[in-house]
Design a protein around this ligand. Structure first.
Ligand code: ADP
Length: 500
């Protein structure tokens, strides 16, 4: 099958990922169409795109999840393809079918591959059937409390209850003893039901202090499948990734060969095409278990791109066009080390709750080996409607030490005023001796970190910074224009330069 060339892409997303996809489109000479909600009307992805269309009000259900409206805009704008980014409709097989039924290319896997691999229990079953180790537990959702008790008895406590139909840590509960099981099961089911409309729960052995290591895959419709190495994503808070790096310090050539071979087998077996990620958990003895597949472009894909020098989105578009991958496995050169920090608008002092408000001033680092993916600018608002991700800061170094040093220095010159953020936490991690040694697992933060370890930023400094940023920006036009022909005073020039 050979699909037509793609000349215009509608990006069904917002924020940094919408912008990131559009930048590749522009480099490839492909026109872009943005969609946006009312509160995003002035946002970066809207300004960047060649065309932009309003979807609806701020709530995702009325905008970025409104599949029929997105399709209508795709047709009206004569878009050849839709790139879904991550989140929202990116892993929704019904959306894929709708798009394809209308003769538009969905830049991602087929609906059937999403059904096979996006459903956690179905994917576990498939992995197990071809001999890939999965975390011990059920491959079918549990149907009753009695079954849950007997499974937990077999695999031994602690166990983890997980939602079959969703992610983001929703519905996940650690259960340490049988006495906790009934209420945990109820809690998981109702959380999963309200988050995904699907209350199917399955049970896994809770692995003690695991490492999360995943393999990036690219697969075309001609049977070409390659991997772009692994990413380690063990630095997490409440099972959500904060820092990712490539390579992983514990993966030697032999282990890499094993996990990448398993990942490729799984992709081939499921008939999966486009970009995807196979996630594994590693226990303390370096046994690995298949965890799940993410059937989309991942948030953390820049660490892979920086290490291997491949534009994953460009390959996704090629695959969507029905062309073979531009690379063979032997073409991939793994070079140096890269690290990404997710910069979130969240308040460390308030249990990392999202910190909403206006970004009054923002200064981000640049320089050799530094990449920033950001869809938010000064004066933009962080709201409760969407993910509070401000930016992804990624660095490359010739080795892990150099990458850590570069990240620490980049974080030092990152300034955000107006909202609370996790910059200090990221910096603390870069300087932590345990992290530096690479002795990390998914419990790293809960075991190593407490708030007292963060250098305090006094309230008055935060406020003074925010107020002066606003005042100075308001004064800027005056500073620039009030010279009346006379040479400008030195402080005025300095201030103008500083706040430009
Ligand atoms: P989600 O789709 O909600 O992100 P995942 O299955 O990908 O859920 O798991 C997310 C994280 O939860 C993992 O990276 C790990 O930290 C933790 N986790 C998941 N399964 C287990 C397990 N069986 N034992 C220990 N930790 C787990």
């Amino acid at each position: 099958m050979h699909k037509r060339g793609i000349k215009k892409i509608l990006v069904a997303n917002r924020g940094e990922i919408a912008l990131r996809v559009m930048k590749t489109c522009r480099q490839a000479g492909i026109k872009t169409v943005a969609v946006y909600s009312t509160i995003d009307k002035n946002s970066s992805h809207v300004k960047f795109a060649d065309e932009a269309f309003l979807l609806g009000d701020a709530p995702a259900a009325e905008s970025y999840l409104n599949a029929p409206k997105i399709l209508e805009i795709a047709k009206a704008s004569h878009s050849d393809a839709i790139h879904p980014g991550y989140g929202f409709l990116s892993e929704n097989p019904g959306f894929v079918e709708l798009v394809e039924a209308n003769g538009i290319v969905f830049i991602g896997p087929s609906a059937s591959a999403i059904r096979k691999m996006g459903d956690k229990t179905a994917a576990r079953k498939l992995a197990k059937s071809i001999g890939i180790p999965v975390v011990p537990g059920t491959v079918e959702p549990v149907s009753s409390y009695g079954e849950a008790v007997s499974v937990a008895g077999e695999i031994k406590f602690p166990v983890l209850l997980k939602a079959a139909g969703g992610g983001g840590g929703k519905g996940m509960r650690i259960v340490n003893a049988v006495g906790e099981l009934a209420s945990a099961l109820k809690g998981s089911q109702s959380e999963a039901k309200s988050a995904f409309g699907d209350d199917r729960i399955y049970i896994e052995k809770y692995i003690d202090r695991p490492r999360h290591i995943e393999v990036q895959i690219l697969s075309d419709i001609h049977g070409g499948v390659i991997h772009l190495g692994e990413r380690e994503c063990s630095i997490q808070r409440r099972h959500q990734k904060i820092i990712e790096e490539s390579p992983s310090v514990i993966i030697n050539d032999e282990l890499r060969e094993k996990i990448t071979r398993s990942a490729i087998e799984l992709v081939k077996e499921s008939g999966y095409t486009n970009a995807g990620t196979i996630e594994f958990l590693f226990d303390r003895e370096k046994n690995f278990y298949f965890l799940e597949m993410n059937t989309r472009l991942q948030v953390e894909h820049p660490v892979t791109e920086m290490r291997v020098g491949v534009d994953i989105v460009r390959e996704q578009i090629r695959i969507g066009e029905g062309r073979p991958l531009s690379l063979k496995q032997d073409d991939i050169r793994f070079n140096g080390h890269s690290i990404e920090c997710r910069i979130y608008a969240e308040d460390p002092e308030n249990n990392f709750f999202p910190s909403v408000g206006k970004i009054l001033s923002l200064k981000s680092p640049s320089g050799f080996g530094i990449r920033e993916d950001r869809g938010i600018e000064e004066n933009d608002d962080i709201t409760t409607y969407y993910d509070p991700l401000v930016a992804k800061l990624a660095v490359w170094g010739k080795d892990r030490n150099e990458a850590i040093e570069r990240m620490a220095s980049a974080l030092d010159s990152y300034e955000i005023f107006g909202i609370r953020n996790n910059l200090r936490l990221c910096k603390w991690i870069m300087e932590n001796p345990v992290f530096k040694k690479g002795d990390i697992d998914t419990n790293f933060l809960s075991s190593q970190f407490n708030l007292n370890l963060l250098p305090a930023v006094p309230e008055d400094i935060l406020e003074a910074g925010a107020i002066s940023a606003v005042l100075m920006r308001q004064m800027l036009p005056k500073l620039q224009s009030s010279s009346n022909g006379r040479p400008r005073s030195r402080w005025k020039s300095k201030m103008t330069d500083f706040f430009r």
